[in-house]
Design a protein around this ligand. Structure first.
Ligand SMILES: Cc1cc2nc3c(=O)[nH]c(=O)nc-3n(C[C@H](O)[C@H](O)[C@H](O)COP(=O)(O)OP(=O)(O)OC[C@H]3O[C@@H](n4cnc5c(N)ncnc54)[C@H](O)[C@@H]3O)c2cc1C
Length: 501
């Protein structure tokens, strides 16, 4: 008989009580419901959380389902609003805007991507934008909101949504959730760390002269990277040569009467500005390149473009990139300690969730064997690279030349993987499939088209379809989408109804 050696992890220690710390603890607690492992979160009372991270992508709804958190309860507890996509203003050139929708755009016709049919239509009779066929954007443009019922198919079914929320309220909500799931919270500052003979983390020494030991450590200490970097010396792959923005100023301002169900990302002289609407306030931030823009100029820009500030503006520096190994020995880095891809496509919270869900799928024994770690790191690396390429796409295709910052984009060397993808697309609108790419083909089409990157021709097999019939169907589809949207609630009404029922 083969003897198995099962030596499960008995104690997990999560360092940090920001968004990453509490999401990690929540996913661990939910997935280890029936095990005897303990989970402890250690959070410093001296170091505040980064306090930003308020826009998400649709996977946040999957996370809530995984954690069995009722959507309505979460929305009310975190002052959340709905997000149907992102409106990109002045990116291609000043005065131009485009949308990046959530959900699908159109449906396949004769087994071929909708985009290819639309492309042929563009060459012959440019009447509609690609995203005119997105239900999410049809809703967003009118500040409407609707959650498709999976049991009822209609022309809004292809719409999906994410949330905007208050990051500090999310941390508070998840902390309560975790406590309810048996997670222990230790509010202590970690002074130092001891490694064992194999170089694994063994003990954390706390401010109150006590210490805590564990089998496995999740480093959610933010930019401090207390365990993965300071203790284990894992390096950082700096991607600033691909994504040179390195600083942000953020401030909250008063709410506007109509709450838009989308994030706004407006390009400015030296970077871009976000506007994230919540139920009770608006989050604003200007992400810029400090080589070209002083803090004073950034502050002025944010002031000029926001309603009255209700919080003191705050500056945050960051270095775009990724930890060389997200998982090393008995330590997993999650959140800002693992890397940061600037917030243009709101991907950080997704990466927190994805890292933890992948980890739970690869849950090791105490030994933390190398092949498991290597495979985990390979998979998460691919995710990071695909997201990085998608973000670079928004900049490198700009036609703006009105400042040194935008002129720089004419000369920047973009990742080879992205170059190959754009070159292939420019031929006949085909996209290289990457199963680790978070962003769907429709996301790529929306941004490529929004930035004015148009293929030279289309897939010749499209010519087998009845062009006139499809053209008529296009007109009908846009009209019907407009009709359906007119019957839905406004975003404000939808949220008010949640509050009152
Ligand atoms: C400008 C900007 C905008 C962003 N916008 C978005 C967005 O729209 N969408 C999105 O998904 N993401 C966004 N992000 C990323 C998002 O904010 C982070 O991924 C998320 O908040 C997770 O942060 P964190 O928990 O890793 O770190 P933090 O919030 O910094 O938390 C670190 C924790 O570690 C603790 N800690 C540190 N040192 C010690 C110690 N010695 N002992 C004990 N505890 C310690 C601290 O007390 C704190 O609790 C943005 C980031 C930036 C910089």
């Amino acid at each position: 008989m083969i003897k198995t050696k099962n030596d499960p992890i008995n104690s997990f220690i999560v360092v940090g009580g920001g968004t990453a710390g509490w999401i990690s603890a929540a996913i661990l607690a939910r997935s280890l419901t029936n095990s005897n492992s303990s989970i402890t979160v250690v959070e410093s009372p001296n170091i505040p959380t980064v306090g930003v991270g308020e826009a998400t992508i649709p996977s946040i709804v999957d996370l809530l389902e995984y954690l069995r958190i009722p959507l309505k309860e979460f929305i009310l507890a975190t002052n959340a609003t709905f997000k149907l996509g992102i409106k990109f203003i002045d990116w291609q050139q000043k005065g131009h805007h485009y949308w990046h929708p959530f959900g699908f755009v159109g449906n396949k016709i004769d087994g071929k991507p909708f985009y290819q049919h639309w492309l042929k239509h563009q060459f012959n009779n440019p009447q509609f934008d690609f995203t005119d066929f997105s239900p999410a954007i049809a809703l967003a443009k009118k500040s409407k909101f609707y959650i498709p019922d999976p049991k009822v198919k209609n022309n809004l079914s292809n719409s999906t949504y994410a949330l905007h929320f208050d990051a500090s309220l999310v941390a508070k909500y998840l902390a309560e959730y975790c406590k309810g799931m048996g997670v222990t919270l230790l509010q202590q500052h970690i002074q130092s760390t001891t490694l064992d003979k194999q170089g694994k983390i063994e003990t954390l020494h706390l401010d109150n002269k006590t210490s805590i030991s564990g089998d496995f450590f999740i480093d959610c200490s933010g930019q401090q990277a207390l365990l993965i970097h300071k203790a284990l010396r894992v390096g950082y792959d700096n991607w600033q040569h691909f994504l040179p923005v390195d600083r942000a100023i953020t401030a909250q301002s008063t709410i506007e009467e109509t709450i838009p169900p989308y994030t706004q990302a407006t390009a400015h002289e030296h970077g871009w500005r976000w506007k994230i609407p919540l139920q009770n306030r608006t989050g604003n931030g200007y992400v810029f390149c400090s080589d070209y823009c002083s803090d004073d100029d950034a502050l002025n820009l944010l002031k000029q473009n926001s309603t009255d500030f209700i919080t003191e503006p705050r500056f945050i520096s960051f270095t775009t990139g990724k930890r060389d190994k997200i998982w090393h020995k008995n330590c997993l880095a999650v959140g800002l300690s693992s890397g940061f891809l600037e917030p243009l496509e709101s991907t950080s919270i997704y990466l927190i969730m994805k890292t933890m869900l992948n980890f739970v799928e690869c849950l090791p024994n105490k030994q933390c064997e190398r092949p498991t770690i290597d495979e985990f790191n390979r998979l998460i690396d691919d995710e990071y690279h695909a997201i990085r390429d998608f973000i670079v796409l928004h900049y490198c295709t700009t036609k703006r030349k009105d400042s040194a910052f935008w002129q720089m984009w004419q000369h920047i060397n973009i990742p080879d993987t992205l170059k190959t993808k754009i070159d292939l697309f420019k031929c006949q609108g085909r996209l290289y499939e990457n199963k680790y790419d978070l962003f769907s083909a429709d996301s790529w089409y929306s941004v490529l088209e929004g930035m004015g990157v148009r293929p030279r021709s289309y897939d010749p097999l499209i010519d087998a379809s009845n062009y006139n019939k499809i053209n008529q169907a296009f007109t009908l589809s846009v009209t019907e989408l407009t009709n359906s949207v007119s019957k839905t609630l406004t975003h404000n009404e939808y949220i008010n109804r949640l509050r009152t029922t």
